[in-house]
Design a protein. Sequence first.
Length: 137
Amino acid sequence: MMVGYHRLHIRNGMRYSVANEVQAFATKIERLQPTGDIQTEFSGAAPLSWQHQALYPSARNIGHTTIASVDLLYVTADEVHLASVEPKPESLGGGWRGEVHVWITVIARGLNAESMPVRLQIRRGGEPRRFSVSLVR
């Protein structure tokens, strides 16, 4: 089975400052309903796991040259899954099947720094190859 992973890269734009004990969180998950309405499926602060989680603590220090990646999604021929949100929002079950149109809001927070929320749009048509992730501005 072919699996594609989609990661979110977290960087520190401050040249001389280190962001201490940074974690990334999914703060909101919304889904487009067949009626055209957008329904909130999750609202809170679900931590995302760093890529290669076994090598890193849950909170990392991120300096100017550090590129830290979190596992966000994995996509199979049949489904789109949140890769590392714990605990998994119950409303999502085992993932999204078929046509998918969701928005995920993510934020990175540390002891001395916080990012602006980023809203990502995830779309997938009935065909597995028709998958896209885009930043919503």
